[in-house]
Design a protein around this ligand. Structure first.
Ligand code: FPP
Length: 236
């Protein structure tokens, strides 16, 4: 089976899953965390190199204070609880997004765990937090203009590869497969630049129900797709 190097996931449907079960939204997020763990294990098993999950968008700051506080606290606890497991599984933690907007305690834990896992090589677990694709592109443009002004780069040198280096995902391959759970047919401001040629896979399964078997299904479907990258021949 052809395995994607980089899988990106829009983990949608925690709220709807909770509603269906008669639970609170926070119970949906808790169950969603179990899906993250199961997916991480399955990616290790398959030999996926990068897993990016959309954990909190720039738009999510508009949710209720209670829900935001829960998500941030839960993330902090997860980092503390799961650090040794990440090391055991040879997983390196990375984040993309507006790091500075996160609460101090979350930033502290993220930095600590990123440092503790930085030499792990099995898989990069890339958490998109306070992430927005448009904001990322604007930030990249700002940095690029600063470098132009400082004459660190010339206008004629700017191309797609150079521009990519100004994005949060600098150094990571583009996603080969983008999975969205919860059935909506939208990109929702996720990795706008990086998914130009990604294969899309949407499943009606709500994120808290997503498990190893669902990931295998998505990867199996991916491995059957013919990727042409805009060309006419089968580019593999
Ligand atoms: C989408 O479900 C999910 C999120 C906004 C957050 C994803 C969070 C987790 C999987 C839990 C772990 C938390 C962190 C921060 C790592 P939704 O609430 O939008 O669902 P709905 O569309 O059914 O309402």
């Amino acid at each position: 089976m052809k395995v994607p190097q980089h899988i990106a996931i829009i983990m949608d449907g925690n709220g709807r899953w909770a509603e269906k079960m008669g639970f609170s939204r926070t119970a949906g997020h808790k169950a969603g965390m179990e899906s993250i763990k199961a997916t991480l294990n399955a990616c290790r098993e398959l030999g996926v190199k990068v897993l990016t999950v959309y954990a909190f968008s720039t738009e999510n700051w508009r949710r209720s204070k209670i829900e935001i506080r829960f998500l941030m606290n839960y993330l902090k606890d997860f980092l503390i609880e799961y650090e040794s497991e990440l090391n055991k599984k040879d997983v390196r933690l990375n984040t993309i997004g507006q790091f500075s907007r996160l609460p101090a305690l979350v930033k502290k834990e993220l930095s600590r765990v990123m440092e503790k896992t930085r030499s792990n090589q099995g898989l990069i677990f890339n958490l998109a937090l306070s992430y927005g694709g448009r904001a990322e592109i604007i930030e990249a443009v700002r940095k690029l203009i600063e470098d132009l002004r400082a004459e660190k780069i010339r206008l004629s040198q700017i191309n797609e590869d150079v521009f990519s280096q100004y994005l949060y995902t600098d150094g990571l391959p583009d996603p080969d497969l983008l999975i969205r759970t919860g059935g909506e047919m939208r990109i929702s401001n996720f990795l706008l630049w990086q998914i130009s040629y990604s294969e899309l896979y949407v499943t009606p399964t709500f994120w808290p129900d997503f498990r190893r078997v669902d990931l295998i299904k998505a990867v199996t479907e991916y491995s059957r797709r013919k990727r042409r990258f805009g060309g006419v021949k089968n580019a593999g």
